[in-house]
Design a protein around this ligand. Structure first.
Ligand SMILES: [Zn+2]
Ligand SMILES: [Zn+2]
Length: 379
């Protein structure tokens, strides 16, 4: 689990969406080129959609350094936002969008679903927004932030020059004006991240809890709940029973999971518990809204199937490379059934900039096998 290889750094940096041996081998999808040309992608970072009365979902546009999605709950007097993206300017941009597109009420609460940089590095923008904002997280997430936010930030900054070099190499070889513009925009984004985050000091949540923290409001109740370890040791969801909506952080997303800091043997059980909540609107940390539990169940089953294959192989003494070579997208039942493989693959292409030299899908699978193998026995 303490794999400090460069590959792992970059993998974390890019939200696990690429796992190729070299950043220079990264491929970029045509769809992303088209998106980067769209005027909206430079003026706004999120598409805000209404999912229920007083509940909105901010779907992040693909960026060189990933921004997570946000969930927005409009209370009677103020607003609670779930998750804060990769940098303060991205969070400030969402705060401005909320004002113009959702409500003039001030944001007074922010939930960090887990400690990852792409969900927490925007926290200071909320504290700087003019109103007093409580930042809420599990105790474990606060501990993980206190112990690792600075080193994770350093890892991410250390990786940026290599990303920029890779992008410049691509730019030099780009044949069309659209490709050139795409790479130039990605370089601009990576440099902007570097400039903004140099000298950044991570901040910690104000309010923490072990299992559950409930906010009661005239508009609705919000249950911020830890259901067990999953994508990290401290993941929480935000459930609104009256609106039947739930923000899942990265415990349930629309891509293959990122298991690098995860608990593969406990994760399916945690999802079982989350799915007991009567929600028919799921707002994941990455990827689109889910309107029933079908994808959640497939996502859960995929983690269970992969763990069920990797665990006995590791116990039998098989080296990781051998285990990795024995598993393909075609060999996993859960990827083949009900279009789940196509769903997560399409979403990666639509909602992230990076895709691997083969496919983002295969790179994620390989990274997942490594992470399950390495994390099986985490205490
Ligand atoms: Zn994330
Ligand atoms: Zn995460």
């Amino acid at each position: 689990m303490h794999d400090h290889s460069r590959r792992n750094f970059l993998h974390k940096l890019l939200g696990g969406s690429m796992a190729g041996a070299s950043i220079l081998e990264m491929g970029f999808f045509r769809a992303a080129v088209a998106r980067a040309q769209a005027p909206a992608s430079t003026s706004r970072l999120f598409d805000i959609q209404k999912v229920a009365d007083g509940v909105y979902f901010a779907l992040a546009h693909p960026q060189a350094l990933t921004n997570c999605n946000a969930a927005i709950f409009v209370n009677s007097q103020d607003v609670l936002v779930v998750d804060a993206h990769s940098k303060p300017s991205a969070a400030a941009s969402l705060i401005a969008q909320i004002k113009t597109e959702v409500t003039p009420k001030p944001v007074r609460s922010l939930v960090n679903t887990h400690f990852h940089w792409d969900h927490t590095q925007g926290d200071p923008a909320y504290r700087a927004s003019g109103s007093k904002v409580d930042i809420i997280a599990s105790e474990t997430t606060k501990q993980l932030l206190a112990s690792s936010a600075s080193s994770r930030l350093k890892d991410s900054l250390d990786g940026v020059p290599q990303i920029i070099d890779g992008l410049k190499a691509r730019l030099a070889k780009a044949a069309t004006a659209a490709d050139k513009a795409f790479y130039a925009e990605q370089i601009r984004q990576a440099e902007a991240y570097q400039a903004e985050m140099r000298g950044f000091t991570p901040e910690l949540p104000d309010i923490t809890f072990k299992d559950s923290y409930v906010l009661k409001d005239r508009a609705h109740d919000l249950h911020i709940e830890f259901h067990g370890r999953a994508h990290t040791a401290g993941d929480v969801v935000v459930f609104c029973p009256q609106k039947r909506a739930i923000a899942t952080g990265d415990a349930v997303i629309g891509f293959l999971p990122n298991i690098n800091d995860g608990y593969p043997r406990e994760w399916p059980r945690t999802i079982n518990s989350i799915s007991q909540r009567a929600a028919n609107r799921l707002m994941p940390g990455h990827g689109p809204v889910q309107n029933n539990h079908d994808r959640l169940t497939q996502f859960r089953n995929y983690i269970e199937e992969l763990t069920g294959i990797v665990e006995p192989a590791k116990k039998a003494g098989k080296p990781l490379a051998e285990v990795r070579a024995s598993i393909t997208p075609a060999s996993l039942k859960t990827l083949q059934s009900n279009g789940f493989g196509a769903y997560v693959s399409d979403n990666l292409n639509k909602y992230t900039v990076y895709a691997g030299s083969r496919t983002a899908f295969e790179d994620r699978l390989a990274a997942n096998i490594d992470a399950v193998y390495n994390n099986l026995d985490r205490a």
